[in-house]
Write a protein that binds this ligand. Structure first.
Ligand code: NAD
Length: 332
C-alpha cells in the first residue's frame, strides 16, 4: 500500500523504514513532518492509507477529505484513539487500526520514574549538585514502602504499574469499570472513586480519554484527596482539569505532580520551541512549581516500544491490504 505518514520525526522514519524493509512485500512509505489536519490532508493524495500519531487532527472534516481522496485506512501508530472521530470514520467507511499493545512496560516504568523523581526530589538534587550545592534542605523525601498507590484504569499499562509498585511494598487500590481478575487475586482492592480518593498517597492515571473520563480530576475530586497527594498522569492530558490542579498545588493539597501529557500539548510537545516565547500561561504556571515534573509525552519512547509500534503498524496495513481484519484493528 502507499501510505502517507504524518507527524514524523527522524526516529519514526528510522524504525518504520527498518520494519518495512524486513517485510516480504514492503509498503510505499511517504513521510511528512507536518501534522495531519484539514490543511495537510491533501498530502495523502494517491495513498490508500494514512498513518498518524497522538496529536494529529483526525476529525470529521479531515476524515471526509481523506475518504474523498480514496484513503481506506487510518493506521494509528499509538494506543490511544481519542484524536479520531470514530463515528465519522464509520459513516465514511474508513477502517481505523491502532497499536493496542506495544510496550505497556515503557509507559508504566515512566510513571514509576516520575514517582521516584518526585518523592526524592531528584530533579532538584540534579541541579544542586551541578551547582556545587550539596545541601539537603528542601529535598526530604518519603519511602515508597507501605504507601497506598491508586491505579485508575488497570488495563495493560495500569496492570504493569500495579505489579511494579507492589514489588516496592506498596498497597495498591484501583478503579476500573472492568476489574482485572489477576490483580484482584494478587490482592488489589477495587473501589469506587469516592472511596479511592481519600485513601491514596499516590494516584496514577491509566484510563483512556473519552466522554466519561474527560476532567476526571477536578476541584471536586481533588478536595476528596489526602493532603499532599502525589498525582501522576501518563494517560492523556484531558483526564485532568489543569486549572483545578494548579489550585490544588497552590493550596498544597497536591504535594507532587508528574505529567507526561497535557491538555493543550498539541501546540507544544514533540517540537523544539526553545527559541520561542511560551504563550500558554497555564502551562507556564505549572513550570513554576518546584514539586512538578513534566515530560513531553515521552513515556512510550523506548527502543522496544518503537520497534513494536513500527512492526504492528505495518502489519495492520498489510492485513487491511490483504482483506484480513484482525482483532488488533479497531474496525468499523
Ligand atoms: P487499555 O485499553 O489496556 O486499558 C485501559 C483501561 O482503562 C481498561 O481496563 C478500561 O476498562 C479502563 N477504563 C475505561 N474507562 C475507565 C474509566 N472511566 N475509569 C477507569 N478506568 C477506565 O489501555 P492501555 O494500553 O493500558 O493504555 C491506557 C492509556 O494510556 C491509553 O488510552 C492512552 O491514552 C495512554 N497512553 C499513553 C502513552 C504515553 O506515551 N504517555 C502511551 C500509551 C498509552
Amino acid at each position: 500500500m502507499k501510505v502517507a505518514i504524518f507527524s514524523t520525526k527522524p526516529y519514526d522514519r528510522e524504525f518504520l523504514t527498518q520494519a518495512n524493509n524486513a517485510l516480504p512485500q514492503a509498503h510505499e512509505l511517504i513521510f511528512h513532518e507536518t501534522q495531519l489536519n484539514t490543511q495537510s490532508a491533501l498530502l495523502a493524495q494517491n495513498c490508500q492509507a494514512v498513518c498518524c500519531f497522538v496529536n494529529d487532527h483526525v476529525d470529521a472534516t479531515t476524515l471526509a477529505q481523506l475518504a474523498e481522496l480514496g484513503v481506506k485506512l487510518i493506521a494509528l501508530r499509538c494506543a490511544g484513539f481519542n484524536q479520531v472521530d470514530l463515528t465519522a470514520a464509520k459513516k465514511l467507511g474508513l477502517l481505523v487500526a491502532r497499536v493496542a499493545d506495544y510496550s505497556p512496560h515503557a509507559v508504566a516504568e515512566h510513571a514509576l520514574g516520575l514517582m521516584l523523581m518526585l518523592n526524592r526530589n531528584l530533579h532538584r538534587a540534579y541541579h544542586r549538585v551541578r551547582e556545587n550545592d550539596y545541601s539537603l534542605n528542601g529535598l526530604l523525601g518519603f519511602d515508597m514502602v507501605n504507601k497506598t498507590v491508586a491505579v485508575i484504569g488497570t488495563g495493560k499499562i495500569g496492570a504493569v504499574l500495579a505489579t511494579i509498585v507492589r514489588g516496592l511494598g506498596c498497597r495498591v487500590i484501583a478503579y476500573d469499570p472492568e476489574p482485572n481478575s489477576a490483580l484482584v487475586a494478587a490482592g488489589v482492592a477495587y473501589l469506587p472513586l469516592d472511596q479511592l480518593w481519600p485513601q491514596a498517597d499516590i494516584i496514577s492515571l491509566h484510563c483512556p480519554l473519552n466522554t466519561h473520563t474527560h476532567h476526571l480530576i477536578t476541584n471536586n475530586s481533588i478536595a476528596q484527596m489526602k493532603n499532599g497527594v502525589m498525582l501522576i498522569n501518563t494517560g492523556r492530558g484531558g483526564l485532568i482539569d489543569t486549572k483545578a490542579v494548579i489550585d490544588g498545588l497552590k493550596s498544597k493539597k497536591i504535594g507532587h505532580l508528574g505529567l507526561d501529557v497535557y491538555e493543550e500539548e498539541g501546540d507544544l510537545f514533540f517540537e523544539d520551541n526553545s527559541n520561542q516565547l511560551l504563550q500558554d500561561d497555564v502551562f507556564a504556571r505549572l513550570l513554576t512549581f518546584p514539586n512538578v515534573v513534566i515530560t513531553g509525552h515521552q513515556a512510550f519512547f523506548t527502543r522496544e516500544a518503537l520497534t513494536a509500534i513500527a512492526r504492528v503498524t505495518l502489519a495492520n496495513i498489510t492485513h487491511v491490504e490483504r482483506g484480513e481484519l484482525t482483532q488488533v484493528c479497531l474496525v468499523n
